[in-house]
Write a protein that binds this ligand. Structure first.
Ligand SMILES: NC(=O)c1ccc[n+]([C@@H]2O[C@H](COP(=O)([O-])OP(=O)(O)OC[C@H]3O[C@@H](n4cnc5c(N)ncnc54)[C@H](OP(=O)(O)O)[C@@H]3O)[C@@H](O)[C@H]2O)c1
Length: 322
């Protein structure tokens, strides 16, 4: 590996977004970048697999500012993502963002990509009763804390591109959002957005878009860049699932209120998220233009392409024997 490559330090390197970026850099050896994968455990199977692919793998914990600063030292770029679903705490997520931004500043990183989302309170103030206030002062906690954290990067003067991400289609595999089988025996795909389209993306493509941003040099520093693979309604997603799975899948268009009551951890946060997506759909889509994502990442997948490659990984309940 030549020494003149620009090192990109990647937080969450063994995970969804960071993993996509790590692989994008490694698959482009003449691209001028080298990757430093950050993990809490350099001996885990996932960390070792990244090392085998050619990544420099270093240990750091986002809860330990000094370890993050060490991991960022000497890097040209840093990809920063936080871990809301590990703790469900917007305050902790803000602390994580503060640690990442502070470490990037002290380490003198030249270009940070901050994986962010909207602060939905700019659209739905806390007193607005359309959706419940959660965790004391949030509407969509896992969005709002990320959006609020944008200002942390700005106020510290960190040279940052704000990457607005989208719903991972991978949630159908890992997050229990795949089709379920109803009492009638048929498959249903639940999406509480009525007929409005959901901006979605293959999680891997988020990291690949981040690579496209780093490749543009300083051009996108200070800008917000939104990425999506496609904007699809629940009915369109159900139709694509039907084509991929070879079995009828209907769109179960429940209300956000009903979704909030599903009872799993985070259902209220996600119910509010889908309501925000539904009620401010044009704003949401406008800031996530698939053609922008495709310009950054020419291999950007559509939902059908993603399904063709991943349908076997979606846990689909078996048909009941007659
Ligand atoms: N699901 C969605 O649709 C969606 C959409 C947009 C945005 N998001 C956001 O994406 C974020 C998560 O990103 P992701 O999905 O890429 O994560 P992920 O796949 O869950 O992976 C996160 C990785 O980060 C590492 N990690 C966890 N805690 C850490 C810590 N304390 N210090 C250092 N590293 C740590 C873990 O690696 P090691 O075990 O190797 O340390 C893990 O592999 C969340 O905040 C979520 O809100 C999700």
């Amino acid at each position: 590996m030549s020494n003149d490559r620009k090192v990109i330090a990647v937080v969450g390197a063994t995970g969804a977004q960071g993993g996509g970026l790590v692989r994008a850099i490694l698959e482009d050896p003449s691209g001028g970048f080298a990757v430093r994968a950050i993990t809490r455990d350099v001996n885990s199977p996932k960390a070792k697999a990244l090392a085998r692919l050619g990544a420099e793998v270093v240990a750091a914990n986002i809860d330990d500012a000094a370890s993050v600063e060490r991991a960022f030292r000497g890097a040209y770029g840093a990809f920063c993502v936080t871990f809301f679903w590990d703790h469900f705490s917007p305050e902790k997520e803000l602390d994580e963002a503060r640690i990442l931004a502070g470490a990037a500043k002290r380490a003198g990183v030249k270009h940070v990509i901050w994986s962010t989302l909207e602060d939905t309170r700019k659209w739905v103030p806390l007193l607005d009763a359309r959706m419940p206030t959660l965790s004391g002062k949030y509407k969509v906690p896992h969005f709002d804390a990320k959006g609020e954290a944008d200002e942390i990067f700005r106020s510290l003067g960190v040279p940052t591109t704000f990457l607005l991400t989208s719903f991972y289609w991978d949630n159908l595999i890992h997050f229990g959002m795949g089709p379920t089988r109803g009492t009638d025996g048929g498959l249903a795909f639940t999406l509480p957005m009525g007929g409005r389209p959901l901006s979605g993306i293959a999680a891997e493509d988020i990291g690949r878009c981040a690579y496209g941003i780093f490749k543009r040099g300083s051009e996108l520093i200070g800008q917000t860049v939104g990425v999506a693979g496609e904007h699809l309604t629940g009915a369109q997603m159900a139709a694509a699932l039907r084509a991929a799975l070879g079995e009828e899948v209907v769109h179960n268009a429940i209300s956000p209120e009903a979704y909030r009551k599903l009872g799993f951890p985070g259902a209220d946060d996600l119910g509010n998220m889908f309501q925000f997506n539904r009620d401010f759909n044009e704003d949401f889509r406008r800031s996530r233009d698939p053609s922008v994502a495709r310009a950054l990442n020419p291999a950007l997948q559509t939902f059908s392409q993603w399904l063709a490659a991943n349908k076997a990984r979606i846990p689909v309940p078996a048909r009941k024997a007659a």
